[in-house]
Design a protein around this ligand. Sequence first.
Ligand SMILES: [Zn+2]
Length: 244
Amino acid sequence: MLAVRDFGEADCLVTFLTPAAGRVTAVAKHARKSKRRFMNCLEPFSLVEFMYTEKPQQDLARLESGELVAAFRGLRRSLLPLALAAVLTETTGELVGAKDRLPDIYETLKNSLGHLAAGQPPWSLFLSHLLRLVAQTGFGPQWQSCRLCGQADGSLVWFNPEQGGILCQSCMSRVAGLRLYPLHLGSRKLILAAQHLPLEHLARLRFPELARQETWAVLLPFLRQVIGRELRSWGFLEKILLSA
Ligand SMILES: [Zn+2]
């Protein structure tokens, strides 16, 4: 479940991610008046088995019924896991399109919400799954080697969101006017691991403080560049970080 909003007098507009059809938006008729058909199903982040029908030439599907599979209530224990779950779902909803590896993306998002709800270290889970999701949607930056000279080594490299990749230390000193964010080798190793580890091992990755800061500091400007607008969940997370 990605988002729910009111629609007309009594209906709701529900957006959700499916393993086969990607992002779907459907009208839930009379959902605000008759709660029974969609009991507990229209909460953000929930895993739900929906029955819906689609008509050709219509953008909106029609939601017939729903059955809650998992509510991930643990996400609501505190603000940080909730904010991180919001960033994961909203960002995935924006990046996902017809050409994507939909079943993999669906499984990654489901996995991330389950682990976050279970109370595991939120930042590490968030970053490893977000990196995986960005790579799976096909927007993944080039983390392996320098965009200019191809050099793959270096204890410190610089990320440029416009180029969607890294520059080595010597290329970085020759270019001017680029936005550059530092990435130490430890951070880059974690970023690469997040893309290649089997999904069931992804939750074991741990981002120490420096890697956490560096990775989020490059991901946010990169996502802004790719999506081209500000998402509400990013603002929510940034607000929590400032007040912490
Ligand atoms: Zn270089």
